[in-house]
Ligand binder design. Sequence first.
Ligand SMILES: *Cc1c(COP(=O)(O)O)cnc(C)c1O
Length: 376
Amino acid sequence: MNTARHIQTLPPYVPIEPFEVLSARLGREPSEIIKLDANENPYGPSPAARRALAELEYPHIYPDPESRLLRTALARFTGLSIEYLMAGAGSDELLDLLLRVCIEPGDAVLSCPPTFGMYAFDTHLHAGRLIEVPRLADFALDLPAIRRAVETERPKILFLASPNNPDGSMVPDEAVNALLDLPVLVVLDEAYIEFSGLGRLGAGGTRLAEVPQRENLVVMRTFSKWAGLAGLRVGYGAFPEWLLPMLWKAKQPYNVNVAASSAAIASLEDLDYLEEKVAALVTERERMFSGLARFPVIRPYPSRANFILCRITRAWGDEAASGRGSASGQALKSRLSQHGILIRYFDKPGLRDCIRISAGKPEHTDKLLEALNDIL
Ligand SMILES: *Cc1c(COP(=O)(O)O)cnc(C)c1O
């Protein structure tokens, strides 16, 4: 007996330490932990979404496979008509569905790292061939190299996150336009667009409205970040007409559960509240940026999302004294965790010795900067 070869060659699953387990190890109550490692929204769901969850009327009935109420609310929110919209159990599910529908073994998929890890993961999961065109040193896209790769490798799909995770930079409109002229399906992942400061929630800054006019544009959005629903798993996408019937055929019927759907709809009816929280997070992002920039060893990159990527520029503390220093970001992450503050650490091509810190509440920024003062 055997499993498929492309599954055997996937890297093994690395369990993440759940929040409660981690807080127990750090000897703190979960409520005392300042969790700035996964770009979640520390304010959580809006009051209307919490009410909707508390008052769920039909959790014993299967959800609507077409998520009609949610998609109707999304159509109003985005200005796009309902037939282009599909909801999923997080945008992660929709990425998986898209590749399942588009990719046959050996088909090429283009990604521009450093970027969101799920693009590579899902490509391998569906036996696709991952083509990577690294970003430039400032995380801008290498457009000539992308053009060449499209010509020579003929990828079916090009993944672009804007703002990009983990650096927070946006893909300029002209670059998106140039890439849309290439013979490839462009998947624009706007998981953080609400933090980009480009106008109102829903229709501001997004390229969603162009989906009906283009053959090769998909736009992905999520409730996980701006609406504080990461734990409920709800996202959506806008897809070109030719693709939609295939996606509907392949979708699991009950992918968006009743709780997620109700909370998402209620969020869309509580936009003033959520907009205020998004603005508060953007304010904290900027305050955190100035605070971080004051430490000579930390170089923060400007971000349009709800997190800041920083490069650790030289060794500090014990590491410097011992002449090592290659893992200084790792050590910083570990020292911060002793203060009950969780951040993300990266050490891979394009992200050598980098940390990513999510924007939190004002008191989280204060505690973070205090802890850094203490450590550095
Ligand atoms: C967080 C994130 C998502 C995933 O969102 P879910 O809706 O929670 O699955 C998608 N893309 C990027 C770039 C992200 O950082």
